[in-house]
Design a protein around this ligand. Structure first.
Ligand SMILES: Cc1cc2nc3c(=O)[nH]c(=O)nc-3n(C[C@H](O)[C@H](O)[C@H](O)COP(=O)(O)OP(=O)(O)OC[C@H]3O[C@@H](n4cnc5c(N)ncnc54)[C@H](O)[C@@H]3O)c2cc1C
Ligand SMILES: NC(=O)c1ccc[n+]([C@@H]2O[C@H](COP(=O)([O-])OP(=O)(O)OC[C@H]3O[C@@H](n4cnc5c(N)ncnc54)[C@H](O)[C@@H]3O)[C@@H](O)[C@H]2O)c1
Length: 479
């Protein structure tokens, strides 16, 4: 059997694998990227980009309906499903094209379009029969939607995941969405706004991954008023009903049953490790069979194997995959001179309406770490600029460290949360105190004035500032 000795083998050519490839090649040319394809990354093909394209169409429909609140009457929007999906797929293909162009610029002989699995420590078997013995290996195989096997068996092709949605040529009439995590909320709300009869069911009560009890309570009420959302709903049975599906669930002791065209399963994603035959790799794994890599080196134990992106155990987010790919690739390239790279500040955004975001450390993380912290809050109901735009719904809570006044993080369901969260994550990243943030300029009238009000309350709670002046003039009317 052909066996090739190589310096670095990278399994998976998604975002993490591609950044790892680039970083490792700074140290050696003998770097091999292995992926059966289709290339183009989850982000561009079936993730971040197509989901945001669907949300953009939904927002357009929503703005038409919301215009009446300003006295502007455009009539009921007519949704052309095939046109919505056609634009989505065309733009999606454009984004995928950019990724493919980048791969095509690399030395093609170093890209092996095959699936890999371990047959021994540091030895990979490729589908085509060849074996690679690698000095270092980066595992960047991404993740896949979790689908209960009995649901798949019962529903067949009427069970969909986010991987299927962006291939649609038209919108369905109705859809059960199971899971109100990031994917369920984003896709469920967008489809609902595009006229699909949607019901979102979640067995838990933490939509969008929020952890702050007050923000959570606010979010539950706000989302339930805008979305067909049932939290703490337990799906008891799913079955095929002709061309559609029947979903039976219970909530508060009450049984419900409803028929839909299909069921979108959005109950989480699991790292793609099953096909790797990790037992043969001799790598330490946790109780769930996942690879535990050091956050700042991406290295698994004291092995020469590194993990990056969704294949690891940290947050499944694009910028995390890119960072980890860079760290894993750099360390695989320079091995054994492994270096620690400080990790970026936490930042997560759900593109629902209102958006949900966590910047810096979450409430749950601060509690788990035993940090002494205080909170400030602002309800956007009366926030000046938000009210002007009829987007005055949401709550932000900001956290600061007692004794030092250091700003630690925030959770929110808020208008323009994607922007507020960046501002706040950057403040955490820069190590700012709450007072330093308050000394920075705030324009008027802007949504950020709401953040200032929350920070003033926080500074007071830290005993580092005066009591906020109710309806103060420099906050702008209503801020
Ligand atoms: C619907 C959806 C929306 C999202 N929206 C956002 C968003 O708005 N913002 C955000 O930050 N994140 C978002 N994400 C998450 C983000 O897309 C992922 O965190 C990121 O793309 C993961 O990149 P990766 O490199 O780890 O995996 P991938 O890009 O999936 O790459 C993994 C690669 O490994 C290959 N592979 C697997 N097994 C093998 C094997 N045995 N041998 C060889 N190759 C193999 C696969 O073919 C694949 O090409 C979204 C995800 C989804 C599903
Ligand atoms: N905007 C973004 O950044 C973005 C967008 C989409 C996806 N992503 C990434 O993809 C990951 C996966 O997203 P996801 O939404 O699939 O997972 P998730 O972990 O965010 O949410 C899964 C939800 O499903 C619920 N659930 C689990 N089992 C269930 C069951 N049997 N019945 C009913 N509900 C059940 C859970 O309570 C949870 O609320 C996210 O964690 C995120 O990292 C990010």
């Amino acid at each position: 059997m052909a066996e090739r000795e190589v310096d670095v083998a990278i399994i998976g050519a998604g975002t993490a694998g591609m950044t790892a490839f680039r970083a490792a090649r700074e140290h050696t040319d003998d770097v091999w990227l292995i992926d059966p394809g289709p290339l183009g990354t989850t982000c561009a093909r079936v993730g971040c980009m197509p989901s945001k394209l669907l949300i953009a169409a939904a927002d357009a429909a929503h703005h038409v309906e919301a215009a009446a609140g300003f006295g502007v009457h455009a009539g009921a929007p007519r949704i052309d499903g095939p046109a919505v999906m056609q634009r989505l797929r065309a733009e999606r293909d454009r984004f995928v094209g950019f990724v493919l162009e980048a791969v095509q610029r690399w030395p093609q002989e170093r890209i092996l379009r095959q699936r890999a699995r371990f047959v021994a420590p540091m030895t990979l078997q490729l589908e085509g029969g060849e074996r690679l013995r690698a000095g270092r290996i980066v595992i960047a195989t991404g993740s896949s939607p979790i689908v209960p096997p009995d649901w798949r068996e019962a529903l067949g092709d009427r069970l969909l995941t986010s991987d299927d949605v962006f291939e649609w040529t038209d919108l369905p009439r109705s859809l059960a969405v199971v899971g109100a995590g990031v994917i369920g909320l984003e896709l469920g709300q967008a489809l609902s706004r595009l006229g699909v009869k949607v019901r979102i069911l979640d067995r838990g009560g933490r939509p969008g991954g929020l952890t702050d009890p007050r923000v959570l309570e606010h979010a539950r009420g706000l989302l339930a008023s805008r979305l067909p959302l049932a939290l703490q709903a337990s799906v008891e049975r799913v079955e095929r009903d002709g061309e559609g599906v029947r979903v039976c669930w219970t909530r508060d002791g009450q049984a419900h049953e409803e028929r839909f065209d299909a069921l979108l399963c959005a109950i989480g994603r699991a790292p793609n490790l099953d096909g790797l035959d990790l037992d043969a790799a001799g790598l330490p794994r946790d109780a769930r069979g996942r690879l535990q890599a050091s956050a700042d080196t991406a290295r698994v134990g004291d092995s020469a194997v590194f993990v990056a992106g969704d294949a690891g155990t940290r947050r499944m987010l694009l910028h995390e995959a890119a960072d980890e790919g860079r760290i894993a690739g750099d360390n695989a390239g320079r091995y054994p001179d492994v270096r620690a790279h400080p990790r970026g500040t936490g930042l997560a955004v759900v593109f629902s309406d209102p958006q949900i975001a966590i910047a810096g450390r979450s409430h749950a993380e601060l509690e788990a770490d035993g940090v002494e912290f205080a909170c400030g809050a602002l309800d956007f109901d009366d926030q000046g600029r938000s009210r002007v735009m009829r987007r005055n719904a949401g709550l932000i809570r900001v956290y600061g460290e007692r004794h030092t006044g250091r700003f630690l993080g925030a959770e929110m369901i808020a208008p323009a949360a994607e922007h507020l969260a960046h501002l706040l994550a950057w403040s955490v990243h820069a190590g700012m105190t709450v007072q330093q943030m308050l000394d920075a300029p705030f324009y008027h009238p802007v949504i950020e004035e709401g953040v200032r009000s929350a920070l003033r309350e926080l500074n007071r709670a830290l005993l580092m500032g005066p009591p906020p002046i109710e309806r103060c003039l420099d906050c702008g009317p209503g801020a």
